[in-house]
Design a protein around this ligand. Structure first.
Ligand SMILES: Nc1nc2c(ncn2[C@@H]2O[C@H](COP(=O)(O)OP(=O)(O)OP(=O)(O)O)[C@@H](O)[C@H]2O)c(=O)[nH]1
Ligand SMILES: [Mg+2]
Ligand SMILES: [Zn+2]
Length: 314
């Protein structure tokens, strides 16, 4: 039998067949995919083959093969273990939810996420959530960030999962596709999912309860079939985002606005740091490239992991 992984809790996988039947499956023995060293061999979105096994009147599945992935999103933990974890596989697009405060999302995090998505060729749309509670100054910050990222080519939408503002636009973009919701814990991923599909009733948490460290409301990634012909993967909040190993010369290719200028740099292997006649640095001087983007670029180049700067948010 063949199916798609809808949920994974570590040892059990919920696999849905094309006919819409769910099976609880396990992996037998060691299961490794060439080239990826990750803590989870199989992720939500994976296509797998499995055999049924019945014991004591209970039918479960044993996964014996995983189909090649079209793409996947990984994160590297920023703790000492440096292990990578595949968040989801075979996705069409990611909606990265960003909030300015409660919790704060810094550009270093946004940029790291975008680099990872670019590296795997996955379209990312930025959703600036909670615009219903922002004061004028905070809204200006949203506009400024949206301006920076739109100029690069990323679609940006200001939304409120609470009031429903611009939710129709998100639904429209999701139709006919597999979308993943990503972002820090507390940005409103599950609240947005509930606003889009009221029957889902996913668990969400009030902000005051969330201040205890290490608290995630959503603990496992899970895929849902929505009523308007869309698939959604809700994911647990991610904190720091370590970039999976990349060559220094490669990093700039995943900053689309740098990549466009690369051909104008004097040296074709320019990494836009100390080289003379660098088109990227020229564009930075001319305010054509945002300083925050260049700063993120240098951090990634130096291999610095992102350390999330507040203690309360996970
Ligand atoms: N004012 C306002 N609050 C929101 C909005 N969206 C979400 N919230 C609140 O933010 C809090 C966190 O929302 P969740 O949906 O649980 O956040 P999450 O991103 O799923 O968090 P994790 O599952 O921990 O990753 C809840 O109290 C929501 O009510 C919004 O648009 N406006
Ligand atoms: Mg959630
Ligand atoms: Zn250059």
């Amino acid at each position: 039998m063949t199916g798609t992984v809808y949920k994974s809790t570590g040892s059990w996988y919920t696999v849905k067949t094309q006919l819409g039947k769910n099976y609880q499956c396990r992996i037998k023995g060691r299961f490794r995919i060439k080239g990826i060293k990750s803590t989870n061999p199989i992720a939500v979105g994976d296509m797998v083959d499995f055999e049924l096994e019945t014991k004591n009147d209970e039918t479960t599945g044993i996964i014996n093969n995983i189909h090649d992935r079209r793409n996947y999103i990984v994160r590297k933990s920023v703790n000492l273990s440096k292990q990578t974890h595949v968040i989801a596989a075979n996705i069409d697009q990611v909606f990265l939810l960003v909030t300015i405060d409660n919790p704060p999302t810094f550009t270093s995090f946004i940029d790291r996420f975008l680099v990872t998505a670019e590296a795997y060729g996955i379209t990312t749309i930025l959703l600036f959530n909670k615009i219903d509670v922002y004061d004028k100054e905070t809204l200006d910050e949203v506009r400024y960030l949206a301006h920076i990222y739109r100029k690069i080519g990323y679609e940006c939408i200001g939304i409120s999962a609470e009031t429903g503002k611009n939710i129709d636009k998100v639904k429209h973009l999701m139709t006919g596709k597999v979308s993943m919701f990503a972002g820090h814990s507390g940005v409103g991923k599950s609240t947005l999912a509930n606003a889009i599909e009221p029957g889902l009733e996913l668990k969400t948490k009030v902000i005051s309860e969330q201040h205890q460290q290490g608290q995630h409301t959503t603990t496992f990634a899970e895929m849902f079939d929505l009523s308007f012909g869309a698939k959604l993967i809700d994911t647990p909040g991610i904190k720091g985002f370590g970039i999976v190993d990349m060559d220094k010369e490669e990093v700039g290719d995943y900053f689309p606005e740098f990549f466009k200028l690369k051909q104008d740099c004097k040296f074709n292997n320019c990494i836009h740091v100390d080289e003379p006649k660098c088109a990227v640095k020229q564009a930075l001087d001319d305010d054509e490239i945002a300083y925050s983007r260049y700063r993120s670029y240098l951090q990634i180049l130096e291999g610095e992991d992102e350390h999330y700067r507040t203690d309360n948010w996970d």
